[in-house]
Design a protein around this ligand. Structure first.
Ligand code: DMJ
Length: 650
């Protein structure tokens, strides 16, 4: 023993000379003691690991797999967490030069508003308890019979859902198809499989690199903090992607996503302003679609909790909601840039489908009352030349600047007029009338033909047409097709004619680019025909509207060219947007080698891939006779004809 040391030493001395420590120089007993110490230490560490709360369920073998799984999922960030301040400036191939173009404060400006503002520089949930099972007012025997009648397409249990509302018997014994729907055409079947593979690629990479975050940066392979929902992990991609997973039959993925919503989705942490419109169309709409498809009351209850947080935004002198709300304080406001802090037509006009349905499934009339009131205000207002300006001041009740558009700032207002009528099984005739009246004025003042023979919707700025159409406005081809086929009257042929022409023009905007993807906005005149002129209009961010119109037009006309146009877009997406880490937008559709923006938008999973999948499915899957898509492509059931409506019996 050393005289000076506090701890015992096993230093050996030979002839008073210290001998360096080596395995060879240890005595057998010492080796044994050292071996025992190491083994004991190892066992303690290993054992403690599995006593951590997250890993306590299941047997040891199962736990080992769980741990392995979680490490895999966490990806490289588990070991090297990303420095938050470097998030947007981190080296990403081919994209740094124009990063500025996309860096807009996500808490201040919503998606379309953000993009619009950029283009128009010239003018302008903690863990919640599981809800009680809602038992439908049918006898047990009857319930059983109903469930037995369902084909495998409606078995939510397959998706790991326990807490379901049984499909109610009314209004018919017919159960719409919500999975399956294979087309008889082998080419369509093959293409559909390809779309499912694309969804898997987008989803798996989101799970691997950005699980729980709002969106994925597929090149940087991390969460996108510049998402419109900010940096808080609200899982926008999960909510937006859920019903697509369900429809595509991706059971494991759906179950994992569903469980995340049940245990992790927590809006209480949201302390900054969020867009009422975006939360409604993506979160409320996405959750309600999942409730309809599965009967899982967790989805309905989450939708309601989120919608409740939106309600204070309606507390304005006119009842026209403000655009932004702070979930913590309930304070709401409008964007400063929006014509004297006006509310935006496409935002306050795109709440009706979700709020009306929410009232019906919860039995609480308040949500519908809010949107009915918006309708009343709009009905009573004087419309310049029958047109709806994009801005309305919620304090004074006056229109703001007289800008009109079928694209950004106007678009989905028109969409919801028609779709609310469809949702009510064509009973809300006031909505249809407003739609027809609005279209009459739009056709008269905004519908144009280019010198090259292309039909488009111009924008109006104080009576002056601007010969420009947004990618966002390309949804209108499909919408007019739907308007034509859902009511036979003196304008239905004209609607179909314009629907076909607008869809053709939008296809041209893709076909005339190097990448075969379309720009954010395209112009006519000034030497342009369906082409972007400004560099700020040349980007493509995985938007759905053109493909959405292909989907509707194929379903409504059965003209195969729409399936072929969809396939052209798929090939372009694969060539220019697919990267090993998911799908990215591009900054210039006219470049052979475009820079990539490193964002996988949540609507790519919600809309673009869903519409493509359905384009190559047969008509029985999410039939347009039984479902109506909200503006984020979340299918909501049509009242009175769809047994998945699941109206509250309270
Ligand atoms: C989606 O969020 C919705 O389709 C919305 O109505 C418009 N913008 C995006 C997709 O481009």
């Amino acid at each position: 023993m050393s005289a000076t040391g506090i701890l015992p030493t096993y230093q050996r001395f030979v002839n008073g000379v210290p001998v360096s420590f080596s395995r060879r120089s240890c005595r057998a007993r010492e080796k044994y003691v050292i071996f025992l110490v190491f083994i004991t230490f190892g066992l303690i560490c290993f054992g403690t690991f599995f006593y951590l709360p997250e890993f306590r369920t299941g047997g040891t073998a199962e736990s080992v797999f769980k741990v392995y799984d979680q490490i895999k999922r966490a990806g490289p960030e588990l070991l090297i967490p990303p420095p938050p301040h470097l998030e947007d400036t981190r080296e990403a191939p081919k994209m740094l030069r124009h990063e500025e173009d996309f860096r807009v404060d996500p808490h201040v400006i919503g998606d379309r508003a953000k993009l619009k503002a950029k283009i128009e520089q010239d003018g302008e949930l903690k863990v919640l308890e599981r809800p009680d099972l809602v038992v439908p007012k049918t006898s047990t025997v009857r319930q059983k019979n109903i469930v037995n009648q369902l084909d495998e397409n409606v078995r939510a249990e397959d998706f790991g859902i326990a807490n379901i509302v049984t499909v109610p018997p009314a209004p018919s014994q017919h159960h719409p198809l919500i999975r399956g729907g294979e087309d008889t055409d082998p080419i369509a079947r093959e293409r559909r499989e390809k779309i499912k593979e694309m969804m898997k690629h987008a989803w798996d990479n989101y799970v691997r690199y950005a699980w729980g975050k709002n969106e994925l940066k597929p090149i940087s392979k991390r969460g996108h903090v510049g998402s419109i929902f900010g940096s808080l992990p609200l899982g926008a991609t999960i909510i937006d992607g859920l019903d697509t997973l369900y429809i595509m039959g991706m059971k494991e993925e759906f179950k994992q996503a569903r469980d995340w919503v049940a245990t992790e989705l927590n809006f209480d942490q949201m302390t900054s302003d969020v867009s009422v419109f975006e939360v409604n169309i993506r979160f409320v709409g996405g959750l309600l679609a999942c409730f309809a498809l599965t009967g899982d009351t967790m989805f309905r209850d989450k939708a309601q909790q989120i919608a409740d947080k939106l309600l204070p935004a309606f507390d304005t002198p006119t009842g026209i909601p403000n655009a932004l709300i702070n979930f913590k304080t309930g304070a709401s406001k409008n964007y400063g840039w929006a014509s004297g802090s006006s509310s935006i037509l496409s935002e306050f006009g795109t709440l009706h489908l979700e709020m009306a349905y929410l009232s019906d499934v919860t039995g609480k009339p308040i949500y519908r009352a809010k949107v009915d009131h918006i309708r009343k205000v709009l009905q009573e207002m004087e419309k310049p030349k029958g047109l709806y300006p994009n801005y309305l001041n919620p304090k004074t009740g006056n229109w703001g600047q007289h800008h009109m558009s079928m694209g950004a700032l106007g678009d989905s207002f028109y969409e919801y007029l028609l779709k609310v009528w469809i949702q009510t099984n064509k009973e809300d005739n006031e909505a249809r009338q407003m739609f027809d009246d609005a279209m009459q004025a739009v056709f008269q003042h905004m519908l144009k033909n280019s010198t090259g023979g292309l039909t488009y919707f111009a924008e109006l700025k104080f009576e002056r047409p601007e010969n420009k159409m947004d990618h966002l406005g390309c949804f209108s081809g499909g919408l007019l097709g739907l308007a034509s086929k859902t009511l036979r009257n003196e304008v239905s042929d004209r609607y179909m004619e314009v629907a076909k022409e607008i869809t053709r023009t939008c296809h041209e905007s893709y076909d005339r680019s190097q990448t075969k993807l379309g720009p954010e906005s395209f112009r006519f005149g000034e030497g342009a025909e369906a082409r972007a002129l400004r560099s700020s209009e040349k980007y493509y961010i995985l938007r759905p509207e053109v493909i959405e119109s292909y989907y509707y037009m194929y379903k409504l006309t059965k003209d195969n060219k729409y399936r072929d146009w969809g396939w052209e877009a798929v090939q372009a997406l694969e060539k220019y947007c697919r990267v090993p880490g998911g799908y990215t937008g591009i900054k210039n559709v006219y470049s052979e080698d475009p820079q990539q923006d490193d964002v996988q938008q949540s609507f790519f999973l919600a809309e673009t891939l869903k519409y493509l999948y359905l384009l190559y499915s047969d008509d029985s899957l999410i039939s347009l006779d039984e479902w109506v898509f909200n503006t984020e492509a979340h299918p909501l059931p049509i009242k009175g004809v769809n047994s998945y409506y699941r109206e509250s019996t309270q």
